[in-house]
Design a binder for this molecule. Structure first.
Ligand code: PLP
Length: 301
C-alpha cells in the first residue's frame, strides 16, 4: 500500500504506515476482524461507490452474526468513506473497511468493547488490474468449504479466510489459479474469494445461499442477467456439473465476470457466448452506460 495514503481510523486520518495494531490484539492474534471490500468508479459526473448500501448492510450483519458491536452507524460510515475517497483524491479503485478489536487481548477470548473501524483507499494499479479480464484456470479444491454450523459463513470474517487460503494454496501448488470448494453436503460452494457460476444450455446457475458468502456481485449478476434475457437460477450444483458445463466463470467485487478457460483437465471457451454477453452488460452498468442501474451507485462528492 502506498505509504502516502491516508487511512480513516475511528474518525481521524492517519498515514497508512501508522495504521497498525498490537501483535496481541484480538483482531490479529485471534483473526476476529470483519471486513468489506467494494468498488469505486469514476465518471465525468464524479466519484461513485458501487452497491455500498449492500456492502454496509453485510458489514453490520457480520458484526451481528458474531455478536460484536460496531462503534459507528451506517450513515457515519458512508460519510467516512466519502471523506476517505476525497482525502486520497481517489478515482477508480477499491475501498476496504476493517472492523476489529485493536486492543491487546493476551488471553481473553471474548471482548465486550466496540470494534475499531479503519477505512483504506486502494487505487487501481497494474497489479490490481480491476478492469483487466484474463481468463483463469480452476480446479476442485481438496479442502471442503467450512460448514455453516461451525462458524457463520455469511459473516465476512478474517478467520474464515484460512479455509480460503488453503484452497488457493492447494490450487496454486497444482498449477491452477483458483480452487473451487465443495461443501460437506457434497454440493459446489464457492471459490476462496469468489462466487462461481456455470452455464448449461443457455441458463446461468449458481449455488444457493446458506453455505456461501452472500456475495454482492453474485446478487448483482442474478438481478442483472434477466435484463438481457439470460435466465439465471440459484440451484444446488454437483461437482460433476463442472465437468459438463458449457461455460464457467467466477465473480467478486474486484472483477465482475472472470471466465474460466481450463477446469481440471478440460479446456473451455473463455469467454463463452453467455459469459461474453454478461461481461459486456456488467461493463455497461459499471461504466454508467445503463441508466436502469444508476441506483446501484452512491455519489461520494
Ligand atoms: C468467499 C467469498 N465468496 C464470494 C466473494 C465475492 O463477494 P462480493 O461479490 O461481495 O465481493 C468473496 C469476496 O471477497 C468471498 O470472499
Amino acid at each position: 500500500m502506498n505509504s502516502d495514503s491516508k487511512v480513516w481510523l475511528n474518525g481521524e486520518f492517519i498515514p497508512s504506515h501508522q495504521a497498525t495494531v498490537p501483535l496481541l490484539s484480538h483482531g490479529f492474534s485471534r483473526g476476529s476482524a470483519i471486513f468489506e471490500v467494494f468498488g469505486i468508479h469514476a465518471s465525468s459526473d464524479g466519484i461513485f461507490a458501487f452497491r455500498m448500501d449492500e456492502h454496509l448492510k453485510r458489514l453490520m450483519k457480520s458484526a451481528r452474526l458474531l455478536e460484536m458491536e460496531m462503534a459507528f452507524t451506517t450513515e457515519e460510515i458512508v460519510d467516512a468513506v466519502a471523506r476517505t475517497v476525497k482525502a486520497n483524491k481517489m478515482g477508480r479503485g477499491l475501498i476496504k473497511i476493517l472492523a476489529y478489536w485493536g486492543e491487546e487481548a493476551v488471553i481473553q477470548l471474548v471482548l465486550e468493547s466496540k470494534l475499531d473501524l479503519a477505512i483504506f483507499a486502494i487505487p487501481d494499479s497494474e497489479e490490481l488490474g480491476l478492469d483487466k479480464v484474463e481468463p483463469i484456470s480452476a480446479c476442485l479444491s481438496k479442502w471442503r468449504k467450512i460448514h455453516p454450523e461451525t462458524v457463520p459463513v455469511s459473516a465476512k470474517s478474517c478467520a474464515n479466510y484460512l479455509n480460503a487460503y488453503l484452497a488457493r494454496k492447494d490450487a496454486n501448488n497444482r498449477g491452477f489459479n483458483v480452487g473451487l470448494l465443495v461443501g460437506t453436503d457434497g454440493f459446489l460452494a464457492e471459490g476462496s474469494i469468489e462466487s462461481v457460476f456455470i452455464v448449461k444450455n443457455g441458463v446461468l446457475k449458481t449455488p444457493p445461499l446458506g453455505r456461501i458468502l452472500s456475495s454482492i456481485t453474485r446478487q448483482t449478476i442474478l438481478e442483472a442477467a434477466p435484463h438481457i434475457d439470460i435466465p439465471a437460477s440459484e440451484d444446488p450444483i454437483l461437482p460433476d456439473e463442472l465437468f459438463s458445463a458449457d461455460e464457467i466463470f467466477t465473480s467478486h467485487s474486484g472483477i465482475k465476470v472472470l471466465p474460466v478457460a481450463r477446469f481440471e483437465d478440460r479446456d473451455l471457451q473463455a469467454p463463452g457466448p453467455i459469459t461474453a454477453q454478461l461481461t459486456k452488460h456488467m461493463d455497461n452498468i459499471t461504466n454508467f452506460r445503463d441508466d436502469r442501474f444508476r441506483n446501484w451507485f452512491t455519489p461520494l462528492d
